[in-house]
Design a protein around this ligand. Structure first.
Ligand SMILES: *Cc1c(COP(=O)(O)O)cnc(C)c1O
Length: 390
């Protein structure tokens, strides 16, 4: 049996895989099992923040691996403490809860909102407002939070306690507040899986104001937008808002699974001993990798992210065969006249790996992608959108 047949036979059918087997890489270049080179414009869905086999990251991870690989949360763990301190100092958060994924980071946020509302307003059933076209994860509760009907079938019953407003429509958020007993609004600042659509600044500021007026929490899902991806350490910093909870994951570990739920002043003491937990959460190896990632996301790197973003926008906007360019920083959606699968296939043939978001190409390169590699990728995407080969 070939490995492809074995994959089909033994792995649950949850993924529609591309016909590609990546086996190694260096920085922004990855190689398949035939040795073909690709410019990686996907980074494992915004995970490999500094690309593949990055030296500083590999060193940080292997040093921890040789010391102790796991201790459990029954004991102190210095990589975990260092990471929490860094995140708090650089965001203004007061405390951090560590899990292992984006969905878990959001589960924690949801629990915090519900408990905070009970602590503040009395025991009862509270609602969290999320946005239509959002994506918050694959667990049953984060699927319920996700504002896309396609996710709300097959797995009934879903937990109650979510109301769905329309992105960039403040009145629809206000209408949800009128239902009463609202604990929080939770939203992505750039809807990633929804098609890489950045929310309008006016809308985001309006939601913040509504949350303050109505006494609800503002919770930002930065699982994909965070960790330098959008040109600030966290995208909320670019929007100039002060959230109460920020969840993140994907790029935080630089390639290892870790999720973080950052708790700001209003909710810093909401979680108490025993109210939440995770066996693997804040694993020392993942945390050591994350420390090295966060330490390297400095102003110079972020300036580079913004410059590379501007380059992609200026090259692709209005180019032949391209109908839209959206997103923020190095999280970019590209709408094409041709069917996206056809464009994607052409990119693969020419040695460039974007992924998809809805019916768009999605670009998520490493934050330190060299300009020469980025130029090559952009030239290939332009050619593919026109139906040409280079
Ligand atoms: C990917 C993603 C999630 C889910 O993260 P997992 O690590 O797959 O659980 C949640 N929210 C957003 C915005 C995401 O992009």
């Amino acid at each position: 049996m070939s490995f492809k047949q074995k994959d089909k036979q033994y792995i649950a059918n949850t993924y529609g895989r591309f016909d590609l087997h990546l086996v190694s890489g260096k920085g922004s270049f990855v190689y398949d099992d035939e040795g073909k080179e690709y410019v990686d414009m996907a980074t494992g869905i915004a995970v490999n923040t500094f690309g593949v086999a990055d030296e500083a990251w590999t060193e940080a991870v292997t040093a921890q691996l040789a010391q102790i690989q796991h201790t459990s949360n029954l004991y102190y763990s210095t990589p975990c403490i260092r990471l929490a301190e860094l995140l708090c100092l650089r965001t203004g958060a007061k405390k951090v809860f560590f899990g292992n994924s984006g969905a878990e980071a959001n589960e924690c946020a949801i629990k915090v909102a519900r408990k905070w509302a009970q602590d503040t307003y009395g025991v009862g059933d509270y609602t969290i407002i999320t946005l239509k076209n959002s994506f918050h994860g694959r667990t049953v509760t984060t699927l319920a939070a996700t504002g896309q009907d396609v996710f709300h079938k097959d797995f009934n019953p879903f937990p109650q306690g979510f109301a769905y407003a329309t992105a960039n429509d403040l009145q629809s958020v206000e209408a949800c507040f009128e239902q009463g007993k609202i604990a929080a609004v939770m939203m992505e600042l750039v809807q990633g899986e929804g098609g890489v659509i950045a929310l309008d600044k006016g809308f985001v500021l309006g939601v913040e104001r509504l949350c303050r007026e109505k006494g609800a929490l503002l919770m930002i899902d930065e699982v994909q937008t965070g960790n330098g991806r959008c040109g600030n350490l966290y995208a909320f910093q670019g929007y100039g808002i002060s959230p109460d909870v920020v969840s993140t994951a994907k790029g935080l570990g630089g390639g290892l699974p870790i999720g973080a739920t950052m708790l700001f002043e209003r909710v810093e003491n909401t979680l108490t001993a025993g109210s939440h937990g995770s066996t693997f959460g804040g694993n020392p190896i993942a945390a050591a990798g994350a420390v090295s990632v966060i330490e390297r996301i400095d102003e110079e790197l972020l300036l580079g992210v913004r410059e590379k973003s501007a380059y992609i926008f200026s090259e692709l906007s209005g180019a032949e065969g391209i109908v839209s360019v959206s997103g923020l920083g190095l999280m970019i959606g590209v709408g094409t006249q041709k069917d996206v699968n056809e464009v994607l296939k052409a990119c693969f043939e020419m040695g460039v790996l974007p992924i998809k978001a809805k019916n768009k190409l999605r670009l998520l390169p490493a934050l330190n992608i060299p300009m020469s590699a980025l130029k090559r990728a952009v030239a290939v995407i332009k050619a593919a959108a026109k139906g040409e080969r280079i």
